[in-house]
Ligand binder design. Sequence first.
Ligand code: APR
Length: 171
Amino acid sequence: MRIVQGDITKLTVDAIVNAANQVMLGGGGVDGAIHRAAGRELYEACLKVPEVRPGVRCPTGEARITPGFKLPAKFVIHTVGPVYRDGEHGEPEKLANCYRNSLALAAESGCRSIAFPCISTGVYGYPIEDAAEIAVREAGAFLKAHDIEVVFCCFSEYDARIFEKLLQGVK
Ligand code: APR
């Protein structure tokens, strides 16, 4: 596991994870940045992902994979984090599922490396300290049985420092 601070669309890893919404046709934040960098073909690939119910291609906690198109990354793994309310409405479990399902999908797709943004900690309001703890815990558990490089791509230095502190504890 390692931490980088910067723009996830620039990372040369096999898969970058997109903090998407359930419609999975783009948005703001990292979702917007990934769609802008990947180009229109990403939108078209998302459009082809079947809806599981009207307006939902990727339910919260699940993950879907598409090619990366113009991105340096081969794949984009779209996952939908929970909207944070108060931590008492299943948010921790749903966020943990985002990491578990994205890692499983990356491994199934033969990825040797994967980069995560700080899922749900922007528009969806998840406190970064709690979200980072879940991210590091789930990646650590997955790495006990799999060999894949996990990169936490933090947009801000503040977030990167939180992950660094957690990784000190894990080493
Ligand atoms: N690279 C890496 N991280 C980024 C980038 C980028 N280019 N742009 C933003 N981030 C960071 C944010 O600073 C935040 O730490 O990604 C984290 C997640 O924030 P959001 O992108 O707002 O995602 P989220 O909180 O999961 O909300 C998802 O926002 O953009 C919409 O369509 C998206 O509806 C969905 C919702």
